[in-house]
Write a new protein. Structure first.
Length: 180
């Protein structure tokens, strides 16, 4: 079975449990921190991939590392260890985020700009693009990209709204080449 299908099943189970316990935001915050650790810690990956280390030792280490997590999230990590699926933690987190966003009618957006945006600018962009995306709200992550020259580029899911100077120049170039 593909990683994404398996990860989605775990995410759906976590999501349903979070809804039952009214802990959508709590689970989301905890999964964001777990995802961050799993993405950035090579030592953790090396430890978890060791076949000569028992599952109990791996669970003990995870219990110490993530002692502040709620029991359902810890139990999910333990279950992943038992099933030798600890390599899909980030996919589970991403699938959970999608489910939680759909439940709240919210979208995550990445906004590329030539400089760091102010909070007012982020709020204005969020308001405009929430309407375009048909969402109640947009959460913005700002990434500074010096290649843009000016303007912004907004990515919401798999849609890209390119209002950058670089994007406009590229479109003009394409149009000129097309009309040759």
């Amino acid at each position: 079975m593909s990683k994404d299908i398996v990860a989605n099943r775990y995410a759906v189970a976590l999501f349903q449990l979070a809804k039952e316990k009214y802990m959508l935001e709590t689970f989301e915050e905890e999964l964001r921190s777990v995802k961050d650790v799993f993405q950035n810690s090579k030592e953790l990956h090396m430890f978890l991939e060791q076949p000569n280390i028992s599952n109990e030792k791996k669970k003990e280490m995870l219990n110490k590392a993530f002692s502040s997590l709620s029991q359902p999230i810890l139990n999910t990590l333990f279950l992943l260890i038992d099933n030798h699926r600890e390599n899909i933690v980030t996919e589970i987190a991403d699938a959970y985020f999608v489910l939680a966003n759909e439940e709240r009618n919210v979208a995550d957006a990445i906004v590329y700009s030539v400089r760091k945006l102010t909070e007012d600018e982020k709020a204005g962009i969020a308001e405009v693009f929430a309407k375009k995306a048909g969402k109640d709200a947009i959460r913005i992550k700002n990434i500074v990209d010096n290649n843009l020259l000016g303007g912004i580029k907004v990515r919401i899911g798999n849609r890209i709204y390119d209002g950058s100077l670089q994007g406009k120049l590229t479109r003009i170039q394409r149009e000129l080449l097309k009309n040759r």
